[in-house]
Design a protein around this ligand. Structure first.
Ligand code: AMP
Length: 543
């Protein structure tokens, strides 16, 4: 018989992250720019005690273990209290992206069967409009004080957040239960078909938070000041609300104030050291600092992911502003962290340019995530940095199913990500495309990300997207859709010539069209679906 370990069995509970933060870093601040417009300051200790009151209030509203609680809210302290008050008391926190189409929001609420919805003031009109379509929702809680409550509303079941808390005494102990119980649900963006719910457990969330904080991951420390630009409704702000409690660092919550100027001021006023977000948001911030000739005084590191970070953006941050960029890859189904771009010790003496080249890739997997690439027949491909295949993953915080869906998404025990990637001998993974975005020219694949990265380094280009366009001979050829920088002038021919020597000649885009704006999805990714639809009848000059 094997000898058993003699260690305590303590289930991994989300509430333990918060109680740890309150006890050991109780005075550390959570600063929020509120929807109301003002700044609000609280601490981990205060968040913990208010989360307990919230747990009591939810029980008083009649919620029972496992019930889903929806949120339609920006990054802020009340949203943080909801994360912990809901999951910590055995309920399931369901964050919803308010930028989705209203019908999609209704579909998601109904699929999750949310019993309560917490909503920020400026999103309330959406909930008022949708309420008749949400039969499971018994209570709506407006995240504000009494003074901001609407005088008139058709809703009969509307509550005031601060009133709910004020009615409780906080005499509440966080319960301990099965660590595999559901803690939160996030829906995938559903660019094709209906969104699907990824159900995270307490165990997966705590393990993910531990991995996220590691030095070769986000490298979070108690002395950091972290500003998650990534919204709390986009895969739980990449786990930052949990990892921040774990290390006990200061959090700066930007609310819905995500324009370059607002972000810059917040970075400076609150002495932010670290941030995280999708590339689009950083375009806005970089434009603002450049146009106003500004520098960052404390900002040191940013995690960029959600879509491919253009190498030009990494260089601008590092060379012009001395901000280290960590390129990260992940997805809703991975809670979301999968890989991060960090160097190995053997790279220490490389010149800057060579280091940056390595860091352009999406990076190495963190402990807890195993990955492989397979070809169309499911054969495992080599890690040689050349073979591109379907990326599959498995690990402690990877889904093994979707909410309300019987069919398993797994392939041979692995989760197929839908991304196409290479992995090199050192384990650095590089995404070449979303499998449905890859451009198939005469049987060969062209990476839309590679094409976009070239133009993103052109001084006149604000944003560029590559899509497949019909070609009578090659089936598909690349078309570039480009937004110029304000006031910049550049011709189609100049941009095509800009590819010379940067990619194989045959991959050079056949055409460029200029547009005022590139459409983005609700999570800030370029909407290739909309672009393909818009340019489906585009005639290439080479056709
Ligand atoms: P979501 O579930 O909305 O977070 O989307 C996940 C998808 O975003 C992935 O499957 C990738 O296609 C894409 N993605 C995320 N991070 C990156 C990255 N660093 N580079 C390229 N694509 C990315």
């Amino acid at each position: 018989m094997s000898l058993m370990g003699q260690m305590m069995q303590m289930p991994l509970m989300i509430s333990s992250l918060l109680t740890h933060a309150a006890r050991h870093n109780g005075d550390i601040e959570i600063v929020s720019k509120r929807v109301e417009g003002d700044m609000h300051r609280t601490t981990w200790a205060e968040v913990e005690s208010r989360s307990r009151k919230l747990a009591q209030a939810l029980a008083r509203l009649g919620l029972q273990t496992g019930d889903r609680v929806g949120t339609l809210a920006w990054n802020g302290y009340r949203h943080l209290e909801i994360y912990y008050g809901v999951s910590g008391s055995g309920l399931v926190c369901h964050t919803i992206n308010p930028r989705l189409f209203p019908q999609q929001v209704a579909w998601i609420v109904n699929d999750a069967q949310d019993k309560v919805i917490f909503v920020d003031l400026n999103i309330f009109p959406l909930v008022e409009k949708l309420a008749p379509m949400l039969p499971t929702v018994k209570h709506v809680v407006l995240m504000c004080g009494r003074e901001s409550m609407p005088r008139e509303t058709a809703l009969t079941n509307l509550h005031c957040y601060e009133d709910l808390l004020a009615a409780e005494d906080g005499q509440y102990s966080w319960p301990t239960f099965d660590e595999n119980a559901a803690a939160s649900i996030c829906y995938t963006s559903g660019t094709t078909g209906n969104p699907k719910g990824a159900v995270y457990s307490h165990r997966s969330t705590v393990l993910h938070a531990m991995a996220a904080a590691l030095p070769d991951a986000m490298c979070l420390k108690a002395t950091d000041v972290v500003l998650p630009v990534v919204p709390m409704f986009h895969v739980n702000a990449w786990g930052i609300p949990y990892a921040a409690a774990l290390v006990g660092c200061k959090l700066v919550m930007p609310g819905h104030h995500l324009d370059g100027a607002s972000l810059y001021n917040l970075f400076e006023e609150e002495k932010v050291t670290m941030s995280a977000g999708v590339p689009t948001i950083w375009l806005g911030l970089l434009n603002h600092v450049k146009a106003n000739n500004l520098k960052f005084s404390t900002f040191k590191t940013t995690i960029i992911g959600g879509s491919a970070c253009p190498p030009a953006m990494i260089r601008t941050f590092e060379n012009d502003y001395n901000v280290e960029v960590i390129h990260a890859w992940g997805m809703t189904e991975l809670s979301p962290i999968g890989t991060l771009g960090r160097l190995k010790s053997k790279h220490a003496d490389l010149p800057t340019e060579a280091k940056q080249k390595i860091l352009e890739k999406q990076g190495k997997s963190v402990f807890g995530i195993d990955m492989r690439i397979v070809d169309g027949d499911g054969h495992v491909l080599p890690w040689d940095g050349k073979a591109a295949g379907d990326l599959e993953v498995r690990g402690h915080w990877v889904v093994n199913g979707y909410f309300n869906v019987d069919k398993s998404p797994l392939h041979d025990g692995w989760f197929p990500t839908g991304d196409v990637a290479t992995i090199d001998a050192d384990g650095y993974m590089q995404i070449t495309d979303r499998s449905k975005d890859v451009i198939k020219s005469g049987g060969e694949w062209i990476s839309s990300i590679d094409l976009e990265n070239v133009l993103m380094a052109h001084p006149a280009v604000h944003e560029a997207a590559a899509i497949a366009c019909f070609h009578p001979k090659w089936d598909e050829r690349p078309l570039m859709v480009v937004v110029k920088k304000p006031g910049a002038e550049v011709s189609k021919e100049e941009l095509i010539a800009f590819y010379d020597g940067k990619i194989p000649k045959w991959q050079t885009p056949d055409d460029v069209v200029f547009v005022d704006e590139i459409p983005h999805t609700a999570t800030g990714k370029i909407s290739k679906l909309q672009l393909r639809e818009r340019f489906k009848d585009h005639k290439l000059p080479t056709a």
